[in-house]
Design a binder for this molecule. Structure first.
Ligand SMILES: [Zn+2]
Length: 88
């Protein structure tokens, strides 16, 4: 009779997990994408144009992005899944 007792419990727990899962996804969506530690150690640019100019001047491929921590711009070398800067 273990199954008869555990089935409703399993369903209940699955329901709870699903709602918890949605809660976590919701919280993650609201969280700033940029980690504070990353923001703090990076150079900040007041405008995207300034950041792009610095990116183009660098010897490696860099991308400018708006930081949702400080509201300014940083450079990143992570290009995976992102559009590359047009060659100058
Ligand atoms: Zn920042």
């Amino acid at each position: 009779m273990v199954m008869a007792q555990s089935a409703p419990l399993v369903q209940e727990s699955a329901k709870r997990m699903a709602s918890r899962d949605a809660e976590i996804r919701n919280a993650v969506a609201k969280m700033p994408r940029t980690r504070l530690s990353v923001c703090q150690r990076k150079q900040r640019f007041a405008s995207e144009a300034e950041a792009l100019a610095a990116a183009l001047a660098a010897s490696i491929d860099l991308r400018a992005y708006a930081c949702d921590r400080c509201g300014r711009y940083h450079l990143t070398s992570r290009l995976k899944g992102k559009r590359r800067l047009p060659p100058s």
